[in-house]
Design a protein around this ligand. Structure first.
Ligand SMILES: [Zn+2]
Ligand SMILES: [Zn+2]
Length: 300
């Protein structure tokens, strides 16, 4: 077990200078919109850029890198890392390492972003902005650090995101930059962050997991299916988070199409007895293995 996280004014200090780009993207979106005005092309670029990168986070960083819920080729893995890194949420190793910690200690004192432990805004975004979480504990992602291309992307993540913004500018000028990057990124950030904040306080609990995770269809729509967060905490190994046909999960639909095209395989479904049961096998899998890597990976 990791030691209980002790509050520390230095480690929990918000790094205002380091985080100027974070606030700067918000300001650039607002000022940029005022300067370029309304544009339907801009709206289309904003939505398209959001959808592609949200999949990079949900289908890539979350379901593939953090949970290994399906398999793909090394080239496929690289594409997922690139789609994720342009979402400007740091690199795949940083993201997966912190996320595995969240599942291991969900809503316990060791959880790095729990609204129960440290309040809503901490879980929503302040945890990202403090000294303590600047770097990831790479011992939690040993299954990923053996790929040099992933280590490279993780280390130089800012270059990829800047390149993405430049491409949007070259393709569509100021409209491309303001709508396709700045505005889209702000919405994408806060859309993603709701899964750490709102998904632990707002919605229904189908399963009596040991955390406060909830299912919420509104959050599921804006996050490509991640709003079925109580389902996910109940059984984190599944590539699907909507466990029933009426639980819309667009990330899962994309994965299924990729599977039909043989781009991905071994797509892990939720077993019927788990779906219809009340115990939470997902959390036990990580906790009992004595390691933070997904159990199936360790056995390989
Ligand atoms: Zn959670
Ligand atoms: Zn997860």
């Amino acid at each position: 077990m990791a030691a209980l996280i002790k509050r520390d004014p230095e480690l929990d200090r918000i790094r205002w200078i380091d985080n100027v780009p974070f606030w700067g993207v918000h300001v650039a979106a607002a000022v940029g919109l005022a300067l370029v005005g309304f544009s339907w092309l801009g709206v289309a670029l904003c939505v398209g850029s959001y959808a592609i990168r949200m999949f990079g986070i949900t289908g890539g960083y979350h379901r593939y890198f953090s949970h290994r819920a399906y398999k793909t080729s090394r080239a496929g893995q690289l594409v997922l890392a690139l789609l994720g890194v342009i979402a400007t949420q740091k690199g795949p190793l940083w993201w997966a390492a912190h996320h595995r910690n969240h599942h291991k200690y969900s809503d316990q004192p060791e959880d790095i972003h729990s609204p129960r432990q440290r309040g809503f805004w901490w879980s929503h975004m302040f945890w990202i902005l403090v000294e303590r979480h600047k770097r990831a504990d790479l011992s939690k992602v040993k299954d990923l650090t053996r790929y040099p291309e992933l280590v490279f992307i993780d280390r130089f993540e800012i270059l990829f995101t800047v390149a993405y913004a430049v491409v949007l500018y070259l393709a569509a000028g100021p409209i491309g930059l303001v709508y396709g990057y700045f505005l889209s990124t702000v919405i994408l950030w806060h859309g993603t962050f709701t899964i750490n904040s709102l998904s632990h306080v707002w919605g229904k609990r189908r399963y009596q997991t040991t955390d406060d995770s909830r299912n919420n269809w509104v959050l599921a729509i804006i996050t490509g299916g991640e709003g079925w967060h109580n389902n996910h905490h109940h059984y984190q190994r599944a590539a699907r988070q909507g466990f029933f046909w009426w639980e819309i999960d667009t990330t899962y639909y994309v994965i299924k199409v990729a599977q039909a095209l043989r781009l991905v395989w071994d797509v892990h479904d939720v077993p019927r007895h788990v779906r219809d049961g009340v115990e939470a096998p997902g959390r036990a899998r990580l906790g009992e293995s004595g390691d933070d890597e997904p159990a199936e990976r360790l056995a390989a």
